[in-house]
Write a protein that binds this ligand. Structure first.
Ligand code: AAO
Length: 512
């Protein structure tokens, strides 16, 4: 009987699938390329007070410095050692960030690059964030240390030594991803080095990991590594808490490797989500918002409790990775806000909000030739601080999507709606849709090229609500639109197709 009860209580046995966010929090934000000092400040001054549960940070370990002549963002995906010393800061700054963020209930999720070291063609030198040496001719990384024996080269069967065919699962795991020296993770020695690194981060207080390039590691190796991880630091987390694991596996279908090979180990990044949502919002391929009625598993996505979802990520916002041209980003602000709003309102998956730096996009034959540009930085390559403008937006080239009113307010909407089922779906068979979350929240979209004027059943208690898209509740008034819900639970929604943001969202915490 007890066993049966335990099996029936999902929260108790979700282990590494559980995001570990503090009670009532329901999303994390990727502060791509931010410095640790800035993240610590942002946790205290913004993320904690505004309902965000955590931060995915850029890789904290020592990495290659690439100068040709400016430093690309992607240098951080070329590890040189597991010293905590990166473009974002040193170990002291890292520890300070984790402590300060944890103390305000905003947890840190580390982007863990453990599939490989730096590119095979890099050569010999010490152009790295802490000056550690390397010699790729000998596959030598003395500060780990790793040597030739710790890499997969003898197992790879392609002539180039690189992954050439994504249909062949063996080469995807045994050959080099874009020429990056591929670690032999079946070796106990390598597993120990990797888990020592991750466990050090856990002991400092991080809550989990995005595992970079998981598809390029054998599920058995991943399982072994995850199994060796420590429980989370009990200064902040309940006894026995397991690190949250979300694996970067790109599975758009039709390749030799399926996301389901990894969904038993931890959550998996659901790349179909942003690709499809972008296609729907752009109305490409005959897609319409009405079709979102069965969004989630109904669209062939992973089970909700195994999916990490996002509209865009640091790769596909600039044409790397997968997703293609449909991916919405801050460059397409109007549609982007609607897509992120939809994601945060909808119960499927655990969401990650993207927070970017800007760059001068420049397309040549469909490819952005500036896709490599690194974070806002000074002449010496050091990253610029985040500055905060008077209107609470960010300066110095940082976009801070998470501070956009519409996006932050929807992160709060999701917290309010936590655990509530999707209810009262309505659509006009085209691109006007609406749905509720239990009797606590309701959202309405007009992505048609005509105005919308409807009365809908919201399921909410009668009263006057502030729309949290055009404004919000401040004291006893609304700074934007006001919506009146009748005693029958219905409300009138008028959304012009020319509105700045053609959607409206209300919830019980924004009721006058
Ligand atoms: C840099 C240079 C390289 C150089 C290398 C070594 O750019 O020219 O050879 O250094 O010197 C990042 C950058 C890379 C950079 C690397 C290291 O993106 O440009 O290389 O740092 O500095 C694959 C992986 C996936 C990976 C993604 C970018 O599966 O894991 O490529 N993402 C992560 C990180 C990423 C990072 C790394 C991994 C490496 O998020 O930032 O790279 O640490 C198919 C496959 C995907 C595959 C893509 C792209 O996707 O399915 O698995 O992703 O191809 O190769 C449709 C299909 C879709 C397909 C897609 C593209 O959408 O549906 O399945 O088309 O063809």
């Amino acid at each position: 009987m007890t066993l049966l009860l335990l099996l029936l209580l999902p929260g108790l046995c979700t282990a590494q699938f559980n995001p570990n966010v503090a009670c009532g929090k329901t999303s994390i934000v990727h502060l791509f390329e931010w410095r640790w000092e800035d993240i610590a400040e942002e946790c205290e001054r913004y993320l904690g007070p505004n309902g965000f549960g955590g931060v995915q940070i850029s890789p904290p370990n020592e990495h290659l410095i690439v100068t040709n002549p400016y430093r690309p963002w992607w240098e951080r995906y070329q590890p040189i050692s597991y010293k905590i010393c990166s473009r974002s800061g040193d170990e002291e700054q890292f520890t300070d960030m984790v402590t300060r963020c944890n103390n305000v209930g905003v947890y840190i999720y580390v982007d863990a690059v453990i599939n490989h070291m730096c590119g095979a063609g890099v050569g010999k030198g010490s152009s790295s964030t802490c000056g550690s040496t390397y010699d790729t001719n000998l596959s030598s990384f003395p500060n780990v240390p790793y040597s030739r024996l710790d890499f997969n080269d003898d197992k790879c069967k392609t002539t180039s030594g690189n992954i050439e065919d994504y249909q062949d699962a063996d080469q995807v795991r045994s050959c080099r991803l874009v020429n990056l020296l591929d670690l032999a993770l079946e070796k106990d020695y390598v597993r120990n080095k990797v888990t020592d690194y991750l466990n050090k981060l856990i002991d400092i207080g991080v809550a989990g990991f995005r595992i970079d390039a998981s598809k390029h590691m054998w599920p058995g190796d991943m399982q072994a590594i995850v199994g060796r991880l420590n429980n989370l630091n009990t200064q902040w987390f309940p006894n026995g808490s397991r690190p949250f694991i979300f694996q970067e596996v790109i599975d758009m279908g039709g390749e030799g490797i399926s996301a389901y090979e990894y969904s038993g180990i931890g959550r998996v990044t659901e790349f179909k989500y942003g690709g499809k949502l972008g296609t729907v919002m752009r109305k490409w391929n005959g897609e319409k918002m009405a079709y979102l009625k069965n969004w989630g598993e109904g669209w062939g996505f992973l089970p909700s409790d195994r999916a990490l979802v996002f509209v865009d990520n640091h790769d596909n916002q600039r044409g790397h990775g997968a997703g293609g041209a449909s991916i919405l980003t801050f460059f397409d602000a109007r549609l982007y806000k609607m897509a992120v709003g939809f994601m945060l309102a909808h119960p499927y998956g655990f969401p990650r909000v993207m927070s970017s730096f800007s760059w001068p996009r420049s397309f040549v034959e469909g490819k952005d030739i500036n896709d490599w540009i690194g974070p806002p930085s000074y002449g010496n390559g050091s990253t610029k601080a985040i500055t905060i403008n008077e209107d609470t937006t960010c300066g110095n080239g940082w976009v801070c999507e998470h501070r956009w009113r519409q996006i932050n307010n929807m992160a709060i909407f999701r917290n309010v709606a936590n655990g509530q089922a999707l209810t009262n779906w309505w659509d006009n068979a085209e691109n006007q849709v609406a749905f509720g979350r239990g009797n606590v929240g309701f959202i309405v979209f007009n992505n048609d090229n005509r105005d919308m004027d409807v009365t809908l059943n919201t399921g909410l208690p009668a009263g006057t609500y502030c729309d949290v898209i055009s404004g919000q509740k401040e004291g006893s008034r609304c700074t934007g639109k006001q919506i009146t819900v009748s005693s029958a639970g219905t409300a009138h929604f008028k959304i012009r197709s020319s509105d700045d943001d053609p959607f409206v969202a209300i919830h019980i915490n924004a009721k006058l």
